[in-house]
Design a protein around this ligand. Structure first.
Ligand code: ADE
Ligand code: ZN
Length: 322
């Protein structure tokens, strides 16, 4: 057995971002939408930088319509994740990408996703929980609606609220209303910070949104005081090394700060973010980390313990996946 065969917990994967390009290509073909600019000649997703990635992501997501297609997508990526040894995963699900409709429509999307997840759990032994997600560059107004929908559907499946999107737009604090509304509904909180925003963005996430986890957070390495704060508050980082390398934050895995963050005492976990976009899987992330830093079974066991502690699901679910 190699470390890549270990059971894995993944806390940071975007639902639409898990869609294989062939799946999106087929939907575009059926709907007669020209998405040729979204794909490379060899069938991957084509983008040149982070902002371009976000626009390709949105174009690909635009052909995903209706609860039934989201159910098919859920089944497909959960099967793939399970084949990579993932036993528990939390995905970002955005009302804005799920049709952008009213609360009734959102409930239908969610029910379809939940049903597909329950079937995948029976068939492949993988458990999914949802983190309802605002998209930062869609603005604070839409985030309020996303968090309202999150609050209205909070429960066993919807366990958290988060925010992704372009860190260059607006400030974390502009979304405080949405995060407060979600917190009051009992949801756990995470936001993307310290990916394309610097350490300042992570400070803002802590001070203005009071989140328990940070999506990425890797640029915290630029600020020793912030590292101390993350350690003191026991904030968990959802680190996605392969995503960071492909999007150009670091030249390769060996230059990635995950090891330095860990050595400084920060709680780190490992995820894929948008696996087909970044040509990665959880298995590959483990292999690359083992190669870059010499991590062995004990290191990954610690990473998975951290993920279990930081998971947003209830204790009963944790006991099942532990
Ligand atoms: N949405 C999907 N992937 C993302 C990323 N890496 N950063 C911000 N928003 C995203
Ligand atoms: Zn992400």
């Amino acid at each position: 057995m190699t470390v890549a065969d270990l059971p894995k917990l993944e806390l940071h994967i975007h639902h639409e971002g898990a869609a294989p390009p062939a799946f999106i290509k087929q939907l575009a073909h059926e709907k007669k939408v020209d998405l040729s600019r979204v794909f490379t000649p060899d069938g991957g997703y084509a983008f040149e930088n982070f902002v371009h990635f976000l626009s390709v992501y949105e174009a690909a997501s635009s052909v995903l319509t209706g609860p039934e297609e989201f159910a098919r997508l859920t089944s497909a990526w959960l099967e793939e994740s399970a084949a990579n040894g993932v036993v528990y995963t939390e995905s970002f699900i955005s009302p804005d990408f799920c049709g952008g409709g009213d609360l009734g429509a959102w409930r239908e999307y969610l029910a379809a996703i939940e049903e597909a997840a329950a079937a995948a759990e029976r068939k492949h032994g993988i458990t999914l929980r949802g983190v309802v997600t605002a998209v930062r560059h869609f603005g604070p107004q839409k985030s309020k609606r996303a968090s309202l929908y999150a609050a209205e559907t909070a429960g066993r499946f919807v366990v958290g609220f988060g925010m992704g999107g372009d860190e260059g737009q607006f400030a974390q604090g502009d979304f405080a209303y949405a995060f407060d509304q979600a917190r009051e509904a009992g949801l756990k909180l995470t936001t993307h910070a310290g990916e394309f925003g610097g350490a300042e963005s992570v400070w803002d996430a802590l001070n203005d949104l009071n989140v328990a986890r940070i999506g990425h957070g890797v640029r915290a390495i630029e600020d020793p005081d912030l590292i101390k704060e993350l350690v003191a508050r026991q904030i968990t980082l959802e680190v996605c090394p392969g995503s960071n390398v492909v999007l150009g934050l670091f030249p390769d895995f060996a230059a990635h700060p995950i090891q330095a963050l860990r050595e400084a005492g920060v709680q780190v976990t490992v995820s894929t973010d948008d696996p087909p976009f970044f040509h990665t899987t959880m298995r590959r992330e483990y292999e690359m980390l083992a190669q870059a830093f010499g991590w062995g079974v004990e290191d990954f066991a610690e990473i998975n313990q951290t993920a279990l502690r930081a998971a947003f699901c209830d204790e009963e679910t944790k006991a099942v996946v532990a």
